[in-house]
Write a new protein. Sequence first.
Length: 296
Amino acid sequence: MARKISFLNYKGGVGKTSLIVNTAACLAANGRRVLLCDFDTQSNASIWLMRLERWNKLNAGGDGSVYSFFEKNGIQLRDLIVRDVVQDKAGKPALPGLDLLPTTFNLVDLESEYVGDPKRPAYVLFQEQLDEIAKDYDYVLFDCPPNLLRASQCGVFSSQEIYVPSNPDALSLIGFTLLVEKLGRFQQLSAGFRRASMGVPTQIRGIIFNSIKAGVDIEVPKMRMQLRLNQFKTAKRAAADAKIFDTQIRDAMVVRRAVTLGLPVNLIGQENTDQNRDNVVQDYRRLAAEIERHEP
Ligand SMILES: Nc1ncnc2c1ncn2[C@@H]1O[C@H](COP(=O)(O)OP(=O)(O)OP(=O)(O)O)[C@@H](O)[C@H]1O
Ligand SMILES: [Mg+2]
């Protein structure tokens, strides 16, 4: 069965999208079948992986992205998936095994315009169809915005695991704390919709430190994060085996450039990049391997 994982923190800009795209790419490069679901209306992961020209067409068309599943009757989630999303310059698959459920800017309407059936919230509709699709994958990963509104709820309700990308600063710690609070409320709210076949409700299973600058000591913010995590574990608000990942991702210019190049970092040729490219690719590979070992 696919492992379903949401990347989420109430702090924005900590690296959720960069981590999920590059980790997904490393998993796919290792032969795993990966579906990345973009639940952020900013559409950063979709624009990055589809590249702007292809994504622009989707955004203008209005019915090929995830929101149309909620908005239009009869659209199947399966039909929205962009298979082998990463392409080379000739338009050939460059990373077989990495599929994308893309989003466009209209996903914002899920939060305001959308009138659903209270007896079948959006996250229930989504989870039911995802269940079928997930059989084709080893991993389903959800890139979420920094909140737990309707779009994120779809990812969280469908996941068994949450990983919390963080920077070594106080705001990431606050974002984590807020996340745990909101998650608790959502779990209560959604408990009545869970079916036994869904397994355990989503749990916080890890903190991932990202954008670590060379020569900067992060022991103090790491210790504070560990203390907070321990408190949540004691209160059973995080999984008993939740941990701060040993792997941390260094700060590297190539991560920012990767978006412009429309490639995950592991597919960028060395000639294009700064000297840290190999190191940061190594970080993402290690992280992917650590996630694989951290199976519940
Ligand atoms: N390891 C890194 N090294 C250098 N820059 C990074 C790294 N990780 C992320 N960034 C940059 O930091 C910025 C924020 O990253 P990203 O978009 O992944 O964060 P996010 O948490 O998804 O943001 P949002 O909350 O808006 O969705 C981007 O410009 C990204 O390129
Ligand atoms: Mg993001």
